[in-house]
Design a protein around this ligand. Structure first.
Ligand code: C2E
Ligand code: CA
Ligand code: CA
Length: 358
């Protein structure tokens, strides 16, 4: 929308608010009620840009900021947004060719079973070593998703994790499955499931010992392509976990139909559960829900023995967190696994020293 003769930013904001309010009124469509929403980013000529392209870019950046804050809101472009969008652009730029320059590596964090205390799963986590220093996945993954680079990057992660798993397996240290994080963008990319299976086969790693961690938002669209992916995964025994469970809005109906074997309780619940009874109740409820749906439940971000003990009392199946170790480079993780199998379990778990990680 172009507004002419806007007296001041507040006038543009007021109009955006009115439009959003009007658009969010439910519409009747036959017997159905339809809900439409809108968000707005606002850029002002002269202040945020002098030419069409720049102004549109500024409005887009403001729109992104509005959306990140939630639905049905608006945002004026400002310096903060400009800084963020410059940073995004810079990251997007240096992501190009970063794979070829071998700037990525994987670190690994064990997921330990509370009962058996043996052969844990291992989650692969991506690290980007930019010439300027380490860039956090929380910062570059959303950019890679947005520009589509995540598809190539994610393929590299699967290939590298499988290669590493085969190497560990050959060298001896005992572990169950290898888990990799998968973004919704990858899941929607045509042929994704087939490529995952092919990569396992190429590396010589059984697909049944690969687990993909998906977020609730990736599962929210019950589309044909998603169902197709699930069929391929089921056929080959690839396991699925729902990551950060409790932070999105899962459709429990879908969840019960999807071939998901594991729920991962988001770190934020675990961090608060001992001092906040609400977080505690939610944690407990997720454990029950998972079990009721025939899934195993993993708690992530476990940092203390007390948290571990409480989770064990609530019947949580597996635990991941700094209590055992931070994510480690391959060689150190192999050592960790070796030490683990040499130790009597599970009493040894609770006394384990926290090692330094990456
Ligand atoms: P995530 O999948 O939820 O991974 C767990 C994050 O929690 C990791 O952060 C891990 O280092 C951290 N963590 C583990 N234990 C503890 C603990 O006890 N306390 C605290 N405070 N933190 C703990 P990291 O490695 O920085 O990864 C951040 C996120 O980036 C991941 O969250 C995941 O969503 C994303 N990510 C990482 N690697 C990949 C990847 O290969 N592909 C995709 N699509 N996303 C990835
Ligand atoms: Ca994960
Ligand atoms: Ca998580």
């Amino acid at each position: 929308m172009v507004l002419r003769g806007v007296a001041d930013p507040a006038a543009a904001e007021a109009l955006a608010g009115r439009l959003i309010g009007l658009l969010s009124e439910p519409l009747s469509f036959g017997s159905e009620q339809l809900k439409v929403g809108a968000s707005a980013g606002i850029a002002l000529l002269g202040r945020d840009g002098d030419a069409f392209d720049g102004l549109l870019r500024a409005a887009h950046a403001a729109l992104r900021a509005a959306r990140e804050r939630g639905r049905n809101s608006w945002q004026l472009h400002n310096e903060d947004i400009q800084r963020q969008s410059r940073r995004r652009l810079e990251i997007e730029h240096s992501l190009r060719g970063a794979l070829e320059r071998e700037e990525f590596s994987l670190v690994y964090q064990p997921q330990v079973s509370l009962r058996e205390g043996k052969a844990p799963g291992v989650e692969a986590l991506l690290r980007w070593h930019r010439p300027a220093g380490l860039c956090h996945p929380g910062e570059f993954i959303p950019v890679a998703e947005q520009c589509g680079e995540i598809v190539r990057l994610g393929e590299w992660v699967v290939a590298e994790a499988c290669r590493q798993a085969v190497a560990w397996h050959a060298a001896g240290p005992d572990f169950g499955r290898i888990a990799v994080n998968v973004s919704g963008v990858q899941l929607r990319d045509r042929g994704f499931a087939e490529r995952v299976v092919a990569q396992c086969q190429r590396a010589g790693w059984p697909p049944a010992r690969l687990e993909l961690e998906l977020t609730e938002s990736a599962l929210i669209l019950d589309s044909d392509s998603l169902r197709h992916c699930f069929q391929v995964f089921e056929r080959h025994g690839v396991q699925l976990a729902v990551d950060d469970f409790g932070t999105g809005f899962s459709n429990l109906q879908y969840l019960s139909r999807f071939p998901v074997q594991r729920l991962k309780i988001d770190r934020s619940f675990v961090a608060d559960m001992l001092r906040d009874s609400n977080a505690g109740e939610v944690t407990r409820a997720i454990i029950h829900l998972g079990h009721a749906l025939g899934m195993r439940v993993v708690a992530e971000g476990v940092e203390t023995v007390d948290e571990q003990a409480q989770l064990a009392r609530w019947g949580c199946d597996e635990i991941q967190g700094y209590l055992y170790t931070r994510p480690l480079p391959p060689r150190e993780l192999a050592q960790w696994l070796r030490q683990l199998s040499a130790e009597p379990a599970p009493a040894g778990w609770t006394t384990r020293v926290v090692s330094h990680g990456h």
